[in-house]
Design a protein around this ligand. Structure first.
Ligand SMILES: C[S@@+](CC[C@H](N)C(=O)[O-])C[C@H]1O[C@@H](n2cnc3c(N)ncnc32)[C@H](O)[C@@H]1O
Length: 260
């Protein structure tokens, strides 16, 4: 009797792990979220019980206490229960809380990591989160956080990092993010890319600068990438003067060694 906390990846069913696909075909029960698409749900065995606990930001949702209760209940009755979450279950997925509650109830828990939208979203738009000569670090933050709670995000520190900032759950808070970063001294011309419904057939992306972030509504779900890497994609048949120049400079310096 095991509850598997499974990452469904960013949307494209081809980005599901082999282990996740195998478990979906075996599970007695699958408890899934809003961001898991129909192509992935189609892999669930026909006999399995499906429970939609989709958290729609504007509509009906199952609260976390109720989700944990469902997981404990099904986990105590069935051999294989899959808790399917968008991206990776431990990246803003509340997977840790669910694991703790299940373990406290004496139920075996395993985690199956998934490809997180915080990396796959930018990548799907041709944006590497790190790129030699442009950014040698990336930070993933949620914009959906109570600033009065302990451990709240230090936007002033983020503004000083001079590397890539990836913001999840930022669609409705874009103007606030801009205000925080600008007041912390970040350059208003800093490139920004917004990738919406990444890796799905409906993917679209927008490029702007920090000064313009929040001026237009951003659809959900979206990943916001802030920093030099957001200037131009390195792939997808688009020219990329900034990154290409940086790459050539570094190759020249390092004797044309390949970049990893
Ligand atoms: C509750 S968080 C879950 C993140 C997830 N665990 C992960 O690792 O990707 C939901 C947020 O992830 C981002 N997101 C998830 N899937 C996405 C996609 N296909 N395209 C763009 N953003 C996505 C959005 O910022 C969305 O608001």
């Amino acid at each position: 009797m095991t509850v598997f906390l499974v990452g469904a990846g960013p949307g494209d069913p081809d980005l599901l792990t082999l282990k996740a696909a195998r478990l979906l075909g075996q599970a007695d029960v699958v408890v899934y979220d809003r961001l898991v698409g129909p192509d992935i749900l189609a892999m669930i065995a026909p006999w399995a019980e499906r429970i939609d606990v989709g958290k729609n930001p504007y509509g009906k949702r199952t609260n976390q206490t109720e989700i944990n209760r469902i997981l404990i209940d099904r986990g105590a009755q069935h051999e294989t229960v899959v808790r399917l979450k968008g991206g990776d279950p431990f990246v803003f997925g509340r997977g840790g809380e669910e694991a703790l509650d299940l373990e406290a109830a004496g139920i075996d828990v395993q985690v199956v990591p998934g490809i997180t939208s915080s990396i796959a979203g930018p990548a799907a738009a041709g944006i590497p989160v790190t790129h030699r000569g442009v950014s040698s670090a990336f930070t993933v933050v949620t914009a959906h956080q109570d600033p009065t709670k302990p451990g709240s995000i230090d936007w002033e520190a983020l503004a000083r990092l001079n590397s890539t900032l990836v913001v999840l759950m930022g669609a409705t808070r874009a103007a606030r993010i801009r205000a925080r970063l600008l007041s912390a001294g970040m350059d208003p011309t800093t490139p920004v890319a917004v990738v919406v419904e990444a890796t799905t057939p409906r993917q679209r992306q927008f490029r702007l600068t920090l000064a313009d972030l929040g001026d237009r509504p951003i659809p959900n779900p979206a990943v916001i990438v802030i920093g030099g890497v957001a200037a131009e994609p390195v792939i997808a048949n688009e020219t990329n003067p900034n990154l290409a120049a940086a790459l050539h400079e570094h190759r020249a310096l390092e004797g044309a060694s390949s970049w990893h």
